[in-house]
Design a protein around this ligand. Structure first.
Ligand code: NA7
Length: 538
């Protein structure tokens, strides 16, 4: 690893990176390796971002761990994953391993939540203010704050009167929680709820699940990797990484089927879905190529999953409630599970449909819907996040002429390539809105941004330049392109967090880039080859 140089004259660091999750770790490694001085500010008390905060029982990755891991720094030669989809504790052990191996900790400041960042026109630098803490001056600012990190808690009347415990999956107590013998209520049936519910159900006296929207979930098929599998993965790793980089999704473990769901007979399709059901996990979405572009094709997959729910749940009324009907499969992020639907066959587990009878209020001992009251000791909110823009808008970021990012983004996020923002010079986003980010394996996206941003900063240094910002025209064109990429898809047919529908009043704009990672990488490369077309630099 190259030694870091000291910062340019007049600034504390060449680069301040906000966030020490996978994105921040990658940026620190790469920029330091290329000779920049880097300081990472992390709000949490530990390194790991999402994986530091989301400690709820059952938390796991739902992308194969062999792909959801760094390809750089020689890490993959030494680290061995034990299971197909790693548990949160194993991912944290992996993060510790990476931090040690790449000597990252010395440049990461923990418990340092960034309050504000202000562009300094006179010096081409950012002033970054940590809450109740230090202030740093940096030439460049990299926001690696994660797409799913600003927590969302539902507003329920009387919530403050509740005498029991209220937990959120993404802010789970470090010391853990003993739910044995407790009457537990869970709000939320996205990925977090679907992982949590089967895990805690056996210990709870009763578990009441408050469901607003049913999710599509397919079996995860978690399993321990055998020694032979691990050896094969190690031997194939370079090719596997290349495959991931060139794929639209970054998922090397699941080869996308190029067929249309509509070009085969019903019998053949059913057999095909049965086959994929038995192994593909999250990749079920790739079982036919047109599941996200043709409603008719999607209906075949949605119907198949609903038929599986009917098989897995004994009570037909409960099964019916668990079947998603209001949006196409994949238009909200699909889930994978281990025994989720079967959990509703347990006598201590109850499903409450809060789309029919919404949550109304809480008392010291209970939660009410508009139809009934439920006595509980603990309420778990598995209610997700203010996705993609939430963590970027939490600090006050002021760019040129004092304009805030919140002002610039009042109608939804505007970016160039998902990396830069007009009016916010020398600032970059990692896997943020306008880039593929959540629509694929985010680690592959992070590595691509890591390289692209580092290349740009090297070019700046080589040119003696201290200023780089997208032009408003380039930003407008990119935003139009992001909208076009989503326009032909079924993503627009669901009230999802991709569209900002998770927060009342949030602009309804499709935020991630739906053109696929492969195409996105090509577009970013072309911009670089064209001398950073669309950026104003000096
Ligand atoms: P998600 O996927 O955003 O799921 C949140 C869940 O909470 C979802 O079922 C929501 O129902 C429900 N929710 C949210 N707000 C409310 C209110 N106010 N009342 C009732 N129900 C509510 O978050 P997760 O943490 O599960 O998963 C996030 C990501 O982690 C996931 O995509 C993977 O990438 C891993 P809704 O659908 O909004 O009706």
């Amino acid at each position: 690893m190259g030694e870091s140089r000291s910062a340019e004259h007049g600034v504390d660091f060449d680069v301040v990176v906000v966030g020490a999750g996978f994105g921040g770790m990658a940026m620190l490694y790469e920029l330091r390796r290329r000779g920049f001085s880097v300081h990472v500010l992390e709000a949490g008390a530990g390194i790991g971002g999402t994986w530091f905060w989301n400690r709820y029982p059952g938390a796991r990755c739902d992308v194969d761990s062999t792909d959801y891991s760094f390809s750089f720094g020689g890490i993959q030669d030494e680290w061995q994953w034990s299971e197909r989809y790693a548990t949160q504790p194993e991912i944290l052990r992996y993060i510790d391993f990476v931090v040690d191996k790449l000597d990252l900790a010395k440049d990461i400041e923990l418990n340092a939540r960034v309050d504000s960042a202000e562009w300094q026109e006179a010096t081409d630098s950012w002033t970054v203010q940590v809450a109740d803490g230090a202030r740093y001056e940096a030439r460049y600012l990299v926001m690696a704050t994660g797409c799913l990190s600003r927590i969302k808690r539902p507003d329920i009347d009387g919530v403050e009167e509740f005498a029991g415990e209220i937990l959120h999956t993404a802010d789970w107590p470090l010391e853990g929680v003993d739910l044995t013998g407790k009457r537990v209520g869970v709000i939320g049936t996205g990925s977090s709820g679907i992982q949590l519910i089967p895990t805690i159900a056996p210990a709870c006296e009763s578990l009441t699940v408050f469901q607003r929207t049913a999710a599509f979930s397919v079996p995860a098929h978690h399993r321990i990797l055998t020694e032979e599998e691990r050896a094969a993965i190690r031997a194939e790793y370079p090719a596997r990484r290349e495959l991931a980089r060139r794929s639209p999704t970054g998922l090397a473990a699941v080869p996308a089927n190029k067929q249309s769901a509509l070009e085969v007979s019903d019998t053949e399709r059913r057999a095909h879905y049965e086959d994929w059901w038995d192994w593909s996990g999250f990749g079920f979405l790739l079982s036919y190529r047109d599941l996200l572009t043709s409603q008719e094709a999607n209906d075949t997959a949605s119907d198949f999953i609903r038929s599986k729910i009917a098989e897995r749940v004994e009570n037909p009324d409960v099964a019916r409630l668990l079947m998603p009907r209001s949006y196409p499969y994949g238009a909200k992020r699909p889930c994978v599970d281990t025994g989720y639907y079967e959990t509703f066959n347990r006598p201590n587990v109850h499903l409450v449909d809060i789309s029919a009878h919404p949550l109304a209020k809480m008392t010291p001992t209970s939660i009410h819907t508009t139809a009934a009251e439920y006595e509980i000791d603990v309420l778990v909110m598995a209610t997700g996040f203010d996705a993609m823009t939430g963590s970027l808008l939490r600090p006050t970021i002021r760019g040129t002429d004092g304009v805030t990012l919140a002002e610039h983004w009042v109608g939804g996020p505007l970016t160039y390539l998902g990396i830069g923002i007009a009016g916010f010079p020398n600032m970059f986003l990692v896997a943020g809105p306008g880039s593929p980010s959540l629509l694929g394996n985010v680690i592959v996206s992070i590595e691509q941004h890591m390289e692209w941003i580092a290349d740009l900063l090297e070019q700046q240094r080589a040119d003696g330049a201290t200023y780089v910002v997208p032009t408003p025209e380039a930003e407008q064109e990119w935003v139009a392109h992001v909208n076009d990429a989503a326009a032909g898809t079924l993503y627009l047919a669901a009230d999802s967090y991709y569209l900002g529908a998770e927060i009342p009043g949030k602009p309804r704009v499709f935020m991630p880039y739906a053109g696929g990672l492969r195409r996105y990488r090509r577009e970013c490369d072309e911009v670089r080859e064209a001398g950073y077309r669309g950026f104003d630099r000096h």
